[in-house]
Ligand binder design. Structure first.
Ligand code: GLN
Length: 536
């Protein structure tokens, strides 16, 4: 029973961003969940975008899509995978959402007579949204991660709001965890704690005293570094932990538990400290470390320089690899290099066992991807196409097998004589780009006796989506006559899965969906698992 007494763990960051604050937040959630508590997690992004959907993945990493169609920060993916729960769009709060709600209320006259200000109006709206998640999920604990680092101008209203929440919810019901980088000097090997000291000071200056400090460091903190952080950070030494570098992120909860973080959190929150059950992660991590063989997966995309652009796909491969008993080694293939003639498809696919044609948008790199698909198809190399990747598989097949010269998707060539992939009809009326794609989970019905059906083993599945274009229904007959099998359709008839029969190709599967978003360590996504298995 939810007692209306949800507890909050607030996670802030210092010194640098991208040091794994999201993983620490997810790990804390995992340690609580392992003790039998119900946990959810919220990511706060202090930027002005309403959601992550309009940002370039090269700037911000992947856009993570929730079941209910939220286009959210990639940390929600970590939370879902670590906590094995489905989150909603409400679990990602941005400055854009907060301000637009407050301004709309002001225009409606809801603050009549008042001067609308950051404190209390913006901070009240922040608190309302955090509490809404508690109410809707009825979780025992909500882990709230504040994006960015302490000291960022955009982050201030959020820090002010959580400072207030400590007073309003009570000390026993709130916990402040600060995660900050401890660099190591290359020459002397010394662990430098000064940056952490400064970021804690900055937090205290605005009224937040962290209860727990998690140092992010390449190796475990030495006694002296720990002592200094405790002294200057104003916390007992046993409240300083290290998130040191480990082989896989799934090990982080385990190393933090070994240091006693789980019982420290429960004791500070005055929760019963039950003994944790982490056997699932322990099993997963031990399997991860003893793969019998490796396969090389060619990752064909255009944002390949920032690995986070395709984070959920990387993770889906890790999960699937554990079950297929192979270690997938990723070879990033930059499609624009092929297009510019820097590399031929043969050269790009040298040593590659199978390819994933990655999701994406727009013209740049698309012809490069198409020529790689052709080469892989003609050489019986396993191909898994995700969303845009599947659409380009259809374009390649239409051009080179069906014989429709210049076939294309209208996203790349609006004037193509053969628009085998075209804008979905309802998209024609849309004039705003934010949040207007076909988003979230939709039912897909699979055709029996197909590869897709054999992978999932059930007739109806739900996968998440994020697209505006689809296989043009007018070309389906032509594609099918030339050998393409439509193995999955949405409940309303859209093409969701295409494939070639196993007699013709070892593994040729494309999907309009993004199955990677639902992959979990102990429940690998069927298409990714099948793809890896086809290579061993
Ligand atoms: N650009 C394509 C579309 O909008 C595919 C999007 C994607 O790969 N997520 O349909």
């Amino acid at each position: 029973m939810w007692s209306e007494m949800t507890k909050y763990v607030f996670v802030t960051g210092g010194v640098l961003s991208s040091v794994g604050k999201g993983i620490v937040a997810a790990s804390i959630g995992k340690l609580l969940k392992a003790r039998g508590y119900s946990v959810t997690a919220v990511k706060i992004d202090p930027y002005l975008n309403v959601d992550a959907g309009t940002m370039n993945p090269f700037m911000h990493g992947e856009v993570f899509v929730t079941e209910d169609g939220g286009e959210t920060d990639l940390d929600l993916g970590h939370y879902e995978r670590f906590l094995d729960i489905n989150l909603s769009r409400n679990n990602n709060i941005t400055t854009g959402q907060i301000y637009s709600t407050v301004i709309e209320k002001e225009r409606k006259g809801e603050y009549l007579g008042q001067c609308v200000q950051i404190i209390p109006h913006i901070t009240d709206e922040i608190k309302r949204r955090i509490r809404l998640v508690a109410q809707e999920t009825q979780a025992d604990i909500v882990v709230v991660e504040i994006g960015g680092t302490v000291g960022d101008i955009e982050g201030l209203p959020f820090l002010e709001a959580i400072r207030q929440m400590r007073i309003e919810e009570g000390f026993e019901n709130t916990l402040f965890v600060h995660v900050a980088l401890v660099p190591i000097l290359e020459v002397t090997g010394e662990q430098k704690t000064k940056p952490v000291q400064h970021s804690v000071q900055e937090l205290r200056r605005i009224g937040i005293q962290p209860d727990i400090i998690v140092a992010r460091c390449r190796v475990p903190l030495e006694r002296e570094a720990k002592r200094k952080i405790a002294l200057y950070g104003n916390v007992p030494e046993d409240s300083v932990f290290t998130s040191y570098t480990v082989e896989t992120i799934y090990e982080v909860p385990l190393i933090l538990e070994r240091q006693g973080l789980g019982s420290k959190v429960t004791s500070k929150l005055k929760l019963e400290n039950r003994s944790p059950d982490l056997t699932d992660l322990e099993w997963f991590v031990s399997r991860l470390k003893k793969f019998s063989r490796k396969v090389v997966v060619g990752m064909v995309g255009k944002y390949t320089k920032l690995k986070d652009s395709y984070l959920s796909i990387n993770e889906a491969l890790v999960h699937a690899g554990t079950f297929a008993n192979v270690k997938p080694i990723l070879k990033w293939i930059e499609a624009t290099d092929i297009e510019r003639g820097k590399l031929t498809p043969e050269e790009a696919l040298e040593g590659v066992d199978g390819i994933i044609v990655l999701p994406g948008f727009g013209r740049r790199g698309a012809e490069g991807k198409i020529s790689i698909i052709k080469h892989a198809r003609e050489n019986n190399m396993p191909i898994l196409g995700i969303c845009f990747g599947m659409q380009l598989m259809v374009v390649e097949y239409a051009r080179n097998v069906v014989g429709l010269e210049k076939a294309n998707t209208t996203e790349i060539d609006p004037k193509t004589p053969h628009p085998v992939v075209d804008l979905m009809e309802e998209q024609l009326k849309i004039d705003r780009l934010g949040g207007t794609m076909r988003l979230g989970a939709y039912r897909i019905d699979l055709e029996e006796n197909t590869l897709a059906y054999s992978l999932y083993g059930v007739k109806s599945i739900y996968e998440r989506h994020r697209h505006r274009y689809e296989v043009n229904p007018k070309y389906v007959d032509k594609l099918v006559e030339s050998g393409i099998v439509i193995s999955g359709r949405s409940y309303d008839g859209r093409v969701e899965f295409i494939e070639l029969p196993s007699k013709q190709h070892k593994f040729y599967l494309g999907t309009q969906a993004h199955p990677e978003f639902k992959s979990r360590p102990l429940r690998p996504s069927p298409p990714y698992l099948g793809f890896l298995k086809s290579m061993v």
